[in-house]
Ligand binder design. Structure first.
Ligand code: SF4
Length: 320
């Protein structure tokens, strides 16, 4: 109603209450009279063709390319952000944008022979109206859709987004102290969303960036136990490199290797090191047969109609 003291944005867990002309925490959503709108709708700050493994998704259409797109913005303030120039408010006005309609994005995916479109690089939650428009058209035209997110959904947003996304990669950044200290946010909404996505039809993989000395064995083990309880099948533990405001030294291969070794006994069936030269292959959790060879990208797969060709064990994923 006109003149309402405030309107609530329900795009993420923050539920910002906006007076007229106010901008939300993300700097992307703004109230104008009786509506909240998304700044620079359709203005892409990044567009690229990536191997789907780069999202990272290792169990979803492996060996294919995905058209990756991003609008500007994020609702967290991670000090180590790897893409800060297209996500953090201070760079908003300097970001170069090219405007694409949903139709143009879908046509481009076809032209580039990508069977999927990924919403990635920044935080798609804060530009979810555009994501939903593109994803809906993409699905109508037989393309798959991928969302790479920090997972801080509101209930309403998850309800809107889940039906139009085929595969998610969600970050679990650390324990609650880490979310408060390094990200300006909370892990609670992320765990809630993760559990709901895990129970839906969508494909789901999880990523945790490991910062040496900060992500301890105790923290990673505790996350592993919670992921296992939530039914998570695929977990990427990736090496941290210094970016943005965070200058501590990069995580060593040895540190990551120790973490991966520890959590491989957590019963999560598929655990992968990321940003690393460590073994990235997929093995059958039951008979240990080598199923997919990959380095940073896919090489070959022996998975036979979602099953291990040696022992017949069902392998989680969406396979060609
Ligand atoms: S997207 Fe999140 S941070 Fe941005 S205005 Fe909406 S509720 Fe606030």
């Amino acid at each position: 109603m006109s003149g309402t003291a405030y309107l609530v944005c329900d795009y993420c867990y923050r539920h910002c209450r906006l007076k007229d002309k106010e901008v939300g925490f993300c700097g992307v959503r703004e109230r104008s009279r009786d509506v909240i709108f998304t700044h620079n709708y359709g203005g892409l700050v990044a567009i690229a063709v990536d191997p789907v493994e780069k999202k990272p998704l290792y169990h979803f259409l492996p060996g294919t390319n995905t058209l990756s797109i991003a609008m500007f913005g994020c609702n967290l303030t991670c000090s180590f952000c790897q893409n800060y120039a297209i996500s953090q408010k201070a760079w908003d006005s300097s970001a170069q944008r090219t405007y694409y309609t949903a139709r143009e994005v879908v046509d481009l995916a076809r032209e580039k022979q990508c069977p999927s479109i990924s919403f990635t690089y920044s935080e798609p939650l804060v530009w979810q109206d555009y994501m939903i428009e593109v994803a809906t058209l993409a699905k109508q035209e037989g393309l798959k859709t991928i969302m790479v997110s920090n997972g801080t959904f509101s209930e309403e947003a998850l309800h809107r987004i889940n039906p139009c996304i085929d595969a998610f990669n969600i970050d679990i950044k650390g324990d609650d102290a880490f979310y408060h200290g390094y990200c300006g946010g909370s892990g609670r909404p992320v765990w809630k969303a993760l559990e709901q996505i895990a129970q839906s039809k969508a494909h789901l993989e999880v990523t945790t960036m490991v910062m040496e000395g900060v992500h301890t064995i105790e923290m990673i083990t505790s996350i592993a136990n919670n992921l296992f309880s939530a039914g998570i099948q695929v977990w990427h533990l990736s090496r941290y490199f210094p970016r943005y405001q965070e200058q501590r030294h990069e995580t060593s291969e040895q540190y990551l290797e120790a973490m991966v070794k520890e959590v491989r006994s957590s019963h999560i069936p598929y655990v992968y090191p990321g940003n690393s030269s460590l073994d990235q292959n997929t093995y059958c959790p039951q008979c240990k047969a080598l199923l997919i060879r990959r380095t940073w990208a896919f090489h070959d797969s022996s998975i036979d109609q979602s099953h291990c060709p040696v022992c017949g064990h069902h392998i989680y994923g969406t396979w060609l």
